[in-house]
Design a protein around this ligand. Structure first.
Ligand SMILES: *Cc1c(COP(=O)(O)O)cnc(C)c1O
Length: 374
């Protein structure tokens, strides 16, 4: 018989594109004794989470809950419920995740009208306006914080255009949620999904979502049932809603305990303070990186505070440095994705990982490594 030793992982400092560092209060919450997912005490936990999710999304949307799956499952939930065969969908793409939305929308049988921007730039609202002249889309979908490029996409103009065209406005807030300003009701967002492992600093695997009354109406007026049984909101909502609480699937109980505590920490800090903290630590990192000679991929007006994409000078072996950061300093940063592979680093300052200490640790480690690799 083979002997597999007890699991032991290194104490990493997580400064990549997620997961981020997790507060010990959240880890401890995950070790809370197991209870049944229909236990009245667990139903209270679900209610707490819904309430805190609404507060963090800045929405009053009744249909606000947590999908049992990672951010991509939240993305799929929004798209498979809102789109039907033959619907038109304007999908904006300025990086990897917009591309994923496009692929899901196509698999729903939607006719995708693709609006693109070069990687490293935001979508130009003018391009959305032009696209909307030739179609009657059911949705306009866009990524708020494009984690593959470090771009913060302004949303308000595009939201207005989407509604003027009679479309629902769908937003990917996986990376922006709880790290930069995001106002679901004020910005008139109809469907939004996020993840737990980025600025929320909970373990990965869950996806808080929220749907406006208009989006709920669109779902209830579908001509055919959602192809996915698991993600069909007309079924899932009975589990998360009101007095009924019918069995749908077994909720990931321990992960939800952790999420509840992560939300408590967010609201204790306060959204505005949290947004401000992410911004301040971004500035600190930016100054240090520029001193070391690095340049940002994105122009200052559109930079994400929680995900810093910096170009790598050709003389540097980026994979070697990233490897040494991990093996010698226990620091994880991200490499480039897609067309940016090998060309940029993606340095995350998300949630618990957005502290001056993280910034100083990384800058000191980089300085040491670069002194010995030249
Ligand atoms: C991380 C991320 C996702 C996917 O989330 P997973 O939890 O990895 O499935 C989607 N969109 C954006 C913008 C992301 O950063």
């Amino acid at each position: 018989m083979t002997y597999i030793r007890q699991l032991r992982t290194s104490k990493r400092i997580l400064m990549g594109p997620g997961p981020s560092d997790v507060h010990h209060r959240v880890l401890n919450a995950m070790a809370t004794p197991m209870i049944g997912h229909l236990d009245p005490e667990f139903i209270e936990v679900m209610d707490d989470i819904k309430e805190m999710a609404r507060e963090s999304f800045l929405t009053k949307n009744e249909l606000t809950f947590v999908v049992s799956g990672p951010g991509s499952a939240g993305m799929e939930t929004c798209l498979v419920n809102l789109l039907e065969q033959g619907d038109e969908a304007v999908i904006c793409q300025h990086g990897v995740f917009g591309g994923r939305m496009k692929e899901i929308a196509e698999r729903c049988g939607a006719k995708v009208i693709h609006v693109e921007a070069p990687w490293g730039e935001p979508i130009d609202p003018e391009d959305v306006r032009k696209a909307l002249q030739d179609c009657r889309p059911k949705i306009v979908a866009i990524v708020h914080a494009e984690t593959s490029t470090g771009v913060l996409q302004p949303l308000e103009d595009i939201s207005r255009m989407a509604h003027d065209a009679g479309a629902l406005f769908v937003v990917d807030a996986v990376t922006s949620f709880c790290g930069t300003e995001l106002r679901v009701d004020e910005w008139d967002i109809d469907a939004i999904y996020t993840g737990t492992q980025k600025c929320l600093s909970a373990p990965p695997g869950l996806s808080p979502v929220s749907f406006s009354p208009k989006a709920v109406e669109a779902i209830n007026n579908r001509k055919v049932p959602v192809q996915s049984w698991f993600l069909d909101l007309t079924l899932v909502q009975d589990y998360w809603k009101g007095a009924k609480r019918a069995y749908h699937h077994t909720a990931p109980v321990s992960a939800l305990f952790a999420l509840r505590e992560a939300f408590r920490i967010v609201l204790e800090e306060g959204l505005k303070h949290r947004w401000q903290r992410h911004w301040e630590n971004h500035i600190l990192l930016k100054e240090g990186l520029e001193e070391l000679g690095f340049e940002f991929l994105v122009s200052p007006a559109f930079r994400l505070p929680m995900l810093n994409a910096v170009k790598i000078p050709v003389r540097l072996d980026e994979a070697e440095i990233r490897g040494r950061l991990l093996s010698e300093y226990n620091i994880e940063i991200g490499g480039g994705l897609g067309v940016l592979a090998g060309k940029v680093w993606r340095i995350g300052l998300m949630g618990e990982s957005s502290t001056p200490n993280h910034v100083h640790l990384l800058l000191s480690a980089l300085k040491e490594i670069m002194a010995t690799t030249k």
